[in-house]
Design a protein around this ligand. Structure first.
Ligand SMILES: [Fe+2]
Length: 358
């Protein structure tokens, strides 16, 4: 077999995770972004007992992704436990999740609504229930199932192993009390956020003139995340980092541009609204532009794993050896296109003029 044919065949092989999805009947969605997780097409997944799909986007690169599921009015999904981490975002509806340890018969119940975020502790048994008799619940979980399934290749191990991570959870009744505690660096440790829109963020103008964020770390996970906002009329400086950051839009409308360095002509544009998902591939520049009158708010959940892969420094300017692109260095048409978009939307453009270095 000629070498390039052999290499093409090698690249066409499915990952262990995608083989699992096919065998297990879990529908997979692909691309650079998902227009709306609230309306993305789902198919019945017997393992969880409801309609579901897995978003395995270009930028996920086999580490993390977003699972979507729906719970019919008045119904529940099956009880579930798994050896991968997940952060559950409620996109629509209201209901509750019960959590219990192997030996306990007295579950903890957490009530939630659209905009809530929580993380079932690793391998703890849990069951999601719809609390409404008329409205469906739709939820999205950012998780590292691809990474775990690519390593172990055993659904029986991933979904059916009786091990308790008591360093993360011992059945504490107040585990999901919603307290924000100090975490590593600027992050906060929090196990339940009732409403992502109500969280106060810290301003970070060095990363973008109207940019604010709060790092969050849930349920002792290796996965980490942040909530971020980009003010109306502004956009965030482009930056580059590792694979798999699942960016879910909570509020506002706008668009993101993503491109591989030197491939500005092949720039990918993702228009977004509440419910959109985008995942910048590793090492690609990406900018987030807010077009709406209200600020955009995004939830970004990512792989974590300190010192795994390339040591990206997305918060440090390229002039200082990092991977944050200063406005003066960005492709000039980017700002012109944004200004035109704002004019079209009738929303004031609020970016200060670019300061060129002398
Ligand atoms: Fe990013």
């Amino acid at each position: 077999m000629p070498l390039d044919e052999a290499s093409a065949k090698r690249y066409a092989r499915k990952s262990a995770f995608l083989e699992f999805c096919e065998k297990d009947g879990l529908s997979v969605l692909t691309g650079f972004g998902i227009d709306d997780l609230k309306t993305a097409p789902l198919k019945h997944w017997e393992r969880l007992g409801g309609p579901a799909a897995y978003c395995h986007l270009e930028g996920s690169q086999g580490f993390v992704g977003v699972f979507i599921a729906e719970i019919a009015p008045g119904k529940s999904l099956k009880p579930f436990r798994h050896m991968y981490e997940e952060q559950v975002l409620i996109l629509a509806g209201r209901g509750a999740t019960q959590f219990w340890r192997d030996a306990s018969s007295d579950p903890i119940t957490l009530e939630w609504q659209a905009g809530s975020l929580f993380s079932p502790p690793l391998n703890v048994k849990h069951q999601h229930h719809n609390g409404s008799a008329t409205e469906a619940v739709r939820l999205a979980t950012a998780n590292n199932l691809p990474l775990i399934m690519n390593v172990y290749k055993s659904p029986d191990f991933v979904f059916n192993v009786p091990y308790e991570f008591t360093d993360r959870f011992t059945g504490q009744k107040d585990f999901f009390n919603g307290d924000f505690k100090p975490g590593e660096e600027e992050d906060r440790v929090v196990n339940f956020i009732p409403d992502l829109n109500a969280v106060t963020l810290d301003p970070h103008p060095e990363r973008g003139i109207g940019f604010s964020r709060l790092g969050i770390h849930l349920s002792g996970n290796s996965m980490v995340g942040h909530i971020m906002a980009v003010e109306s009329g502004t956009y965030k400086k482009a930056h580059r980092h590792g694979p798999g950051a699942q960016v879910i839009v909570i509020a506002g409308t706008g668009y993101s541009l993503m491109w591989y360095p030197g491939k500005e002509k092949e720039m990918v544009r993702i228009d977004w609204q509440p419910g959109s998902l985008l995942v910048p591939p590793e090492g690609w520049y990406h900018h987030h532009f807010t077009v709406s009158k209200e600020p955009a708010r995004h939830l970004a959940l990512r792989r974590g794993l300190r010192l795994v892969g390339h040591p990206w420094r997305p918060n440090l300017s390229e002039h200082e050896g990092g991977h944050l692109l200063e406005h003066e260095d960005e492709p000039p048409e980017i700002r012109a296109v944004y200004e035109a978009e704002m004019k079209k939307a009738g929303v004031p453009f609020r970016m200060p003029p670019v300061q060129r270095r002398g």
